[in-house]
Ligand binder design. Structure first.
Ligand code: FES
Ligand code: FES
Length: 267
């Protein structure tokens, strides 16, 4: 097994949850398919450890490959030295397009990042791409997280017992906004949480991922009944996140929120 470089950092976790909350009903009766969206942090990206990205052979020496679905870019600055980074451009959140000429390149506004350390080579981005730990398995697959340990061969008597199961409930998420912050017929983008909350009709709150389904920019505004992406002009309906104007071709992902009194929080 090849141990490879990489520093774990938080790649914003994306969840797919059905949504729709009516003020009077507090917690909505909509199905949840994933956990709450975590705000971007420096927490290690252990939650997606072990995710198989693809073949190591797809990552050329001196270049790299973008795994768009997983939003991770893997480079190989020197033979056998693999590095992983978030593929979400730190400028406006597009997913980077390719790795060429020694840099990781964003197609939206031309930012480039070094394949060695993700540092900005060309703006307008000013922040490096966050590192993402990756490993290569014995059979040549790139996975997220650290290299997997060899199977346990120790005497079971000397084996440490498994850690106690976590029994404490995670603290409830803090209120994201007051209902009064969300205009009727409009909405508000919460950039750090990467969500947008809308109020299509009075008392009816909806929540969507703020990540544009075109190339991953963060949507910027809610005006004229749509959620608007600044990168290439896609707009999405505030009622259901569906595409109102392309180039995006799929709806914004729904997110689950709850309303408690006048406080809206991610569920
Ligand atoms: S250069 Fe990447 S989003 Fe603008
Ligand atoms: S990323 Fe292209 S329109 Fe949003």
């Amino acid at each position: 097994m090849t141990k490879v470089d990489g520093i774990a950092t938080g790649v914003p976790r994306r969840t797919a949850v059905a949504c729709g909350v009516v003020l009077a009903g507090a917690a909505a009766g909509c199905a949840r398919y994933g956990g709450p969206a975590a705000p971007p942090t420096d927490a290690p990206a252990v939650e997606n450890a072990g995710l198989v990205l693809g073949e190591a052979s797809a990552v050329p020496v001196g270049g790299g490959a973008v795994f768009k679905e997983q939003k991770i870019v893997v480079t190989q600055p020197a033979k056998g030295e693999f590095k992983g980074f978030s593929a979400v451009c730190t400028h406006q959140g597009c997913v980077v397009a390719d790795v060429a000429d020694g840099t990781i390149n964003c197609g939206c506004h031309g930012s480039k990042f070094g394949i060695e350390d993700g540092a900005v080579a060309t703006g307008p981005a000013t922040q490096p791409l966050p590192a993402q730990e990756v490993s290569v398995t014995a059979d040549g697959k790139i996975t997220t997280g650290p290299a997997q340990e060899a199977p346990q061969t120790t005497d079971p008597e000397t084996t440490e017992p498994p850690p106690e199961e976590q029994t404490t409930e995670a603290p409830p998420p803090e209120g994201l906004a007051a209902t009064g912050d969300i205009p009727v017929g409009g909405g508000k983008v919460f950039e750090s949480e990467q969500v947008v909350i809308t109020q299509p009709t009075e008392g009816e709150f909806k929540c969507f991922s703020a990540v544009c389904t075109h190339q991953g920019c963060t949507v910027a505004t809610v005006t004229g009944g749509t959620i608007n992406c600044p990168c290439h002009g896609s707009t999405f309906a505030i009622a259901d996140g569906s595409v109102a104007t392309g180039p995006a071709s799929s709806a914004l992902e729904s997110r689950n929120v709850k309303v408690d009194g006048d406080q809206i929080s991610l569920a």
